[in-house]
Design a protein around this ligand. Structure first.
Ligand code: HEC
Ligand code: HEC
Length: 287
């Protein structure tokens, strides 16, 4: 073989390796979605704690998670999916594996990529049990036939470009040490994973990847600013203030919260148990 052929062959093998590395499906076990009453009840709570309703509540069918909401972003307009168990337009027929791939890896059943307007980067931290119980609840809800509009994104924003983005995001993903205190650890799980507070409260770099070194340090949103919610920003708040805020949306100065946070309080934090709100408050005060 000539030198040139050897070089070409080596480069092709390297390229195939890189492509495989970028596009390979994450290894996820084949599991069934549980259907016990206990799982469905746990799932109902976790859907609240995960804030799924804020985005997935049906625009045409408000009492369901049939989607349709338009999420505006600097990368385009994304329409939220139907996650009711309708086979043709929702997630009917999905297995536990499909759900884990979507929620924790941002990958669709067919191997495609979801856009990160769906906060799978945060949900990656969910335990498999929680993700599967969420699915148990979704599957127990009534099926609604509804197809949301197609996303309006620039022509260059193909789904496969997310292959590279996911790897970059994974590199910058923080490896936070496990909190020793059980309550604070629960708060960390609620804030970082389920409640995805960082999706709005953590600033992003130019590629739209959240910067872990500035976790909860505040970020721009539309024309405004999302406040910082780290320990420094919340220095004047007591844990009770925070717990009260997460329950009712009232700040220590008596002002009601507005904007996107109003929905977070309505659909998510106000529905948490007192214990979970206290855990969230304890964790945020420690940041
Ligand atoms: C910030 C808004 C937002 C939140 C919160 C959110 N989602 Fe989504 N979700 C989306 C968007 C947008 C898509 C569509 C992504 C795409 O098409 O690439 C989506 C897609 C999905 C899909 C894939 C549906 C399909 O047909 O392929 C599933 C499953 C899903 N979400 C489940 C959930 C669950 C469960 C929760 C709560 C734990 C949740 N989502 C919270 C915005 C959200
Ligand atoms: C969809 C985006 C979004 C998500 C998700 C979100 N927030 Fe917020 N948050 C906001 C916005 C916007 C404000 C400012 C609201 C205002 O101006 O009244 C805010 C305000 C706050 C404030 C008040 C800060 C201050 O100094 O007044 C606290 C505390 C807070 N959020 C905590 C949380 C926690 C805890 C979570 C996760 C459970 C969370 N947020 C998730 C958007 C979000």
């Amino acid at each position: 073989m000539s030198k040139r052929k050897i070089v070409t062959a080596s480069l092709s093998i390297a390229a195939i390796g890189v492509i495989y590395w970028l596009f390979a499906m994450p290894r996820v076990e084949d599991v069934a979605i549980p259907d016990s009453t206990e799982s469905i009840e746990r799932g109902r709570y976790l859907v609240d704690a995960g804030g799924c309703v804020s985005c997935h509540e049906g625009t045409e069918h408000p009492q369901s998670l049939s989607g349709g909401l338009a999420l505006e972003s600097e990368f385009g307009t994304f329409y939220v999916s139907n996650i009711t168990p309708d086979v043709a337009t929702g997630i009917g027929g999905w297995t536990g594996k499909d759900v884990l791939l979507a929620l924790k890896h941002g990958r669709s059943r067919g191997g495609g990529f979801y856009y990160p307007a769906f906060p799978y980067i945060s949900y990656a931290g969910l335990t498999d049990r929680d993700a599967l119980d969420i699915a148990a609840y979704l599957m127990s809800s009534p099926a609604v036939e509804f197809t949301p509009p197609s996303h309006e994104v620039p022509r260059w924003l193909w789904r496969w470009t997310l292959a590279g983005w996911n790897k970059l995001a994974a590199f910058s993903l923080p490896r936070f040490p496990q909190e020793a205190d059980v309550k604070v650890a629960r708060g960390a799980y609620l804030a970082r994973s389920l409640g995805h507070c960082g999706e709005c409260h953590t600033p992003r770099n130019l590629l739209g990847i959240a910067d872990p070194r500035r976790e909860f340090a505040g970020a721009p949103l539309g024309d405004g600013e999302v406040e910082a919610i780290d320990g420094e920003a919340l220095a004047e708040w007591t844990e009770e203030d925070l717990g009260y805020f997460l329950f009712l949306g009232v700040k220590p100065d008596g002002e009601f919260v507005g904007g996107e946070m109003e929905k977070v309080v309505e659909h998510n934090t106000s529905k948490l148990t007192l214990e979970d709100r206290q855990a969230l408050a304890a964790f945020l005060k420690r940041r």
